[in-house]
Ligand binder design. Sequence first.
Ligand SMILES: [Zn+2]
Length: 430
Amino acid sequence: MIRTPWKELLTIPTLIRRNRKSIETYQDAKLRSLVADVYSSNVFYRRLWDEAGFDPGSFKGIADLHHLPPLTKPQLKEPASLLREKPPARGRMVWHTTSGSSGEPFELVRSWHEERFLTVIRYWMMRNLGTRPTFREARIRVPADFDWLDDWLLRLLNSLGLQRSRIFSCYEPPDSLWRQMAAYAPDVLRGYSETVARVARYGLDKGLRNIRPRFVLVGGEVCTRLMRQQISEAFHAPVYETYATTEVNLIGWSCPQSGLLHICDPSVIVEVLDDEGRPVAEGEPGSLVVTALHLRVMPFVRFMVGDRVVKGPAPCPCGAPFGTLRSIDGREIDRLKLSNGSTLHAYELLNILLEFGLADGWMRQYQLVQDEPGAIEVRIWPLRPPGPGVVEEIATRLEQRTSGTPVRIKLVDKMELDAGGKFHLCRCSI
Ligand SMILES: [Zn+2]
């Protein structure tokens, strides 16, 4: 029988107020129960773990997690195989389709209870950022894959003036978005980083100051310091980030004090691994691997998200008991193919572009594009024409990192979003 995760809600709120040790003890216990349940109820994982020689009887918790093989996206060609043998017979199931941007589109499912539980966890963590139930939230995004507005519970809360939000389509032009949002007067403005930055740039261009949320929450894609600066200036508000994936939902959110990302330890275990699968030291970059502690219908145990992140200290220096990430640097597949046969993580070039973008504020946005090996194009959408020699200087600086691979700089008058409404700082088609 599959249990719903609701009883965790008795523990989690107290956990958040306690110390790092309490969080780790909680995670250990939940992980042991997850691994035992998944091993006995899930053919896919049992086969995967048996092949790796895993002995469920000797599994003690987080310290033994590395004995389980990481699960990669290409292994999930048949996502239905991840389903437990006997999913709950009763109750609504909620299906999601993840974006196909890093491979094939992928369908995943959670029980209604799991879905709601994650929403509550997310809400709790958002309180950490200062949200309140009476706040109105404007969300700029693609139309929802799960229609919350059809949900009786949410309709009830809305009628009481709680949890109100309105979705604004990210496909609308910025002038129309600005007008509609100004009329809605949100307390919180939320959306994909570049879409929100795009609206912010429109407001800055036109000198508009009539959208004044208490804070802006971005996520869904990398938010660079340049984007953050533009957003904060246009809306006169602090900009916080959330980091989530469709598979496990919330992974982290900005710490308002330290600027690091708090990890959502009560619902996920996060590992940051190097190319050999070893844990990296604090301050080092690596690949993010996540285990969802409370998902049983379609479990994710040591799932390689495909994102490159930098490990931060645990606990956070702000005093909260959470582990941290220093930054989310982008997708692991964003590696540029150089003419000498080696690869370079796009982040190394994006950092240089950011420096130039911040220097005298002439860039609106930039993007790296690679359609053939050994040639890299940098698209820059300028706010005003660059100073003399600046473009050549950028190319020279970038080429110092590309081992002789030529870098072509192209000034453009717009940036394309992908079919899912997301913007990618790096677009590699090879
Ligand atoms: Zn903190």
